[in-house]
Design a protein around this ligand. Sequence first.
Ligand SMILES: *[C@@H]1O[C@H](CO)[C@@H](O)[C@H](O)[C@H]1NC(C)=O
Ligand SMILES: *[C@@H]1O[C@H](CO)[C@@H](O)[C@H](O)[C@H]1NC(C)=O
Ligand SMILES: *[C@@H]1O[C@H](CO)[C@@H](O)[C@H](O)[C@H]1NC(C)=O
Ligand SMILES: *[C@@H]1O[C@H](CO)[C@@H](O)[C@H](O)[C@H]1NC(C)=O
Ligand SMILES: *[C@@H]1O[C@H](CO)[C@@H](O)[C@H](O)[C@H]1NC(C)=O
Length: 467
Amino acid sequence: MGKSCFPKCRLGRIMGWLQIVLGGLVIIISISSLSRFYSAGFFLRDEDICRHFYGSKLVYEGIDVVALTARVEEVLNKMETLQDKLESTVQRMEKNKEALHKSNISKLEYKKFLEDEVIRPLYSAHIAIRQIRLPRIDKNENATLKEDPLINTFVVEEIRKYITPKENRVGKINIYGTDKIYSTIGHACVLMKKELEEYMDYDVGSYCKDDWNSGQKLMIHGCDPLPRRRCLTRASKLYLKPYPINESLWRMPEGRNVRWSNYQCRNFECLSSKNPKRGYSKCTGCFEMEKEKLKWVSNTSLPIDLLIKDVLSIKPGEIRIGLDFGVGTGTFAARMREQNVTIVSTALNLGAPFNEMIALRGLIPLYVTLNQRLPFFDNTMDLIHTTGFMDGWIDLQLLDFILFDWDRILRPGGLLWIDQFFCKRKDLDDYMYMFLQFRYRKHRWAIAPKSKDEVFLSALLEKPPRS
Ligand SMILES: *[C@@H]1O[C@H](CO)[C@@H](O)[C@H](O)[C@H]1NC(C)=O
Ligand SMILES: *[C@@H]1O[C@H](CO)[C@@H](O)[C@H](O)[C@H]1NC(C)=O
Ligand SMILES: *[C@@H]1O[C@H](CO)[C@@H](O)[C@H](O)[C@H]1NC(C)=O
Ligand SMILES: *[C@@H]1O[C@H](CO)[C@@H](O)[C@H](O)[C@H]1NC(C)=O
Ligand SMILES: *[C@@H]1O[C@H](CO)[C@@H](O)[C@H](O)[C@H]1NC(C)=O
């Protein structure tokens, strides 16, 4: 027993293992080919087969054939690579039979080989094949094949879990009148597959990476809404309680309450407009309270600017809630709060912690991009104020989508305050048409030169009643 037979037995065992593994491969490959046939339409009705072969319709009957094929293709490639590798290994062993007898492959090496070269690829292929979600026949909808949208586009499990509709537990219709809850992502997520998969690759329940920046990048590129994250967001270790509201509105917040790692600056002082390395370019004086305190309450050098008191006096007591759409640190909302008006301020963290600043001042930041339909219902807002964000760079059709959305949420009699909008003089007619197309009542409409070929526009418009 034992020593003399040792290498031989080992070889025999290796060969035995390889045979089992190869056998497994064959089975898996057959299954995956089968599902390829399925996805290619062999199990569908005749006309579907024809359509598959003669037509170029790639998405039909609710099946994303392209994504499905890509997934199957991926598994097949993995299997093929593995099979080639195993076969060549066996051939090599066959050739070096003699050497094999003499030499010592340690058990550890053997284990490592199995683990790294066989089990791991096999496992990943196995997972990939399990991930392929074949369309189900939906009984309720007359035997059409139905696939969860984009389900076969993504491989990372957490995205797939997120986008899979969640059925109600008791099988009944829920309070929303649906039998499932659908979690959505922006279709542009498909274009940013790699970035999204990276962003969504985390252990459920653990601390998130400090990567809100990649999230924001995804949002700005249209992958919005983002799949919700089941990881614990990080916060500043040194978080101190915020200042009371009678102080917070006009006091620079405590820098330790912000996580600075994704900004060029490491504290609020550094964000001063005087610092050329502050890391952001829009609203450059916004982090200096002396400058902010003058806004909308004292006359500026631009005679067409409106003051808050002038605007509120047009509708005394009527303006209670509103939206400030732009880039800023919440100063407009702070001034309005002093007038007992609640303003929600949109903010993106473009190079500086705008959201954190607004919130630390005791105001409400709304983290939305330009491409989002605003999360307010029709005819709800008393006021929309906009400054410093949309100017001459904005595409006219995009502006149109935005303005129609504003019109939707503004109540009849509500005010649209366009504050220091600027554009090239030659573009003014186009923009004027944009703003005037809604036939709002003009309380104020003033144009002033900004530079040789640029102009400012300030306007206060009132939405008319509508039936
Ligand atoms: C082969 O393994 C034996 C024990 O299993 C060991 O004594 C011997 O030194 C090894 N030979 C070589 C060449 O590694
Ligand atoms: C399925 O569709 C046919 C017509 O295409 C219709 O007559 C039939 O009632 C439908 N069945 C169900 C269960 O909806
Ligand atoms: C703010 O209010 C608190 C009590 O609510 C008070 O103790 C504090 O002095 C006030 N601060 C200022 C600057 O008025
Ligand atoms: C702003 O200017 C107007 C006239 O141009 C003047 O009536 C008003 O008093 C000024 N307000 C302030 C706060 O200086
Ligand atoms: C805001 O409301 C408070 C409390 O109701 C009141 O004391 C204050 O005068 C109001 N301020 C304005 C500017 O209306």
